[in-house]
Design a protein around this ligand. Structure first.
Ligand code: 2P0
Length: 318
């Protein structure tokens, strides 16, 4: 049996919108920070010769919880495994077990860590020697955002697969996710990718994202945190406005998300400093702090914990 883990990642420049019919090729490049504290573990074991199909089960391991995989989610996961076996000419059927080290019902369950871990585990189980870049390209076929989970701390995904970016400043950041809602999403990410194409605001979206990517990478290289904050903020608002102007419109932001985001804006307005703030395709709010902002990070986490669960890279789940 082979077991491996892979981390999740949070995009600061978002993958939102696919070039149709191309196996998760994005309409714009994206840049993410790897959340090495939030991982999926996948194990793969060969089934006896009589087996007629691959199957999935929850992995049981202390500190890990099984992802709440829907029927569609399970099929997507097993389809990706079949794709990998076909690509590598691997015969037979297997049992895949997976679990996350973060609660699966906390609204952070991202497909990124699961598909990256599955791709890595399959490569290990079948004795493959592909590079991280090649595994990233293969993983993209299963779920786009997973291709960025092969590199740390920063990953840049332009088209086929992601690559490492080494010269962005500030070192290891502190990550906190303010979990304002743990419910299942009404609109899946895959559906969101389809629907945003119908928004009138999608016109010019790839250009806006590419422009922000250049601005964010320059800001991080030049250690301009304020500019990195501005660009990151504009980008998540742009993505959520696409959702909210799609046809039919949908949205993930709720009152609690707005309160958390407003509190961050308030901090920035009186301190001229604060965390990078972003939101994924969901209601929860992600914060990234520089290592020297530890005191502020602790204060903000303590404050948000009065009402919400906060998962942080330096204090764990509270
Ligand atoms: C991202 N998201 O860049 C963006 C921002 C959500 C918001 O990638 O259909 O699960 O499996 O390729 O990767 C979520 O979409 O979509 C996502 P598929 P995926 O992280």
């Amino acid at each position: 049996m082979t077991s491996v883990t892979a981390p999740s990642n949070i995009a600061l420049i978002k993958y939102m919108g696919k070039v149709e019919g191309t196996g998760n090729r994005p309409t714009n490049a994206s840049l993410s920070y790897t959340m090495n504290h939030l991982v999926t573990e996948v194990s793969i074991a060969a089934l006896p010769k009589e087996a007629t199909e691959d199957r999935w089960r929850p992995l049981v391991k202390p500190g890990f919880g099984a992802p709440a995989l829907s029927e569609t989610g399970r099929a997507k996961f097993l389809n990706h495994f079949r794709f990998l076996k076909e690509t590598w000419g691997v015969p037979g059927f297997h049992e895949i077990a997976s679990a996350n080290n973060f609660p699966s019902d906390c609204g952070l369950a991202s497909s990124a860590s699961s598909f990256a871990a599955l791709t890595k585990a399959a490569a290990r189980a079948f004795g493959r020697g592909e590079s991280a870049e090649e595994l990233s390209r293969l993983s993209r076929r299963g779920s786009g955002s997973s291709c960025r989970s092969f590199f740390s701390p920063w990953a840049l995904w332009r088209e086929e697969g992601a690559e490492s970016v080494d010269d962005l400043g500030f070192g290891d950041l502190l990550h906190a996710a303010v979990v304002v809602s743990a419910g299942m999403k009404q609109v899946s990410s895959s559906e969101a990718h389809r629907r945003v194409l119908s928004s009138p605001k999608f016109a010019g979206r790839p250009e806006r994202a590419e422009q922000r990517l250049r601005e964010l990478m320059s800001a991080l290289r030049e250690k301009n945190w304020t500019e990195a904050h501005r660009v990151t903020w504009d980008e998540f608002v742009d993505m959520h406005e696409l959702f909210e102007t799609s046809q039919p419109a949908f949205g993930y932001r709720n009152r609690a998300s707005k309160d958390v985001v407003d509190a961050c804006r308030h901090i920035w307005s009186f301190k001229n400093d604060g965390p990078l703030v972003t939101m994924d395709a969901g209601p929860n709010v992600h914060l990234l702090f520089r290592p020297d902002q530890r005191e502020l990070a602790d204060k903000m986490v303590t404050h948000f914990q009065e009402k919400h669960v906060v998962m942080s890279s330096w204090r764990g789940l509270k």
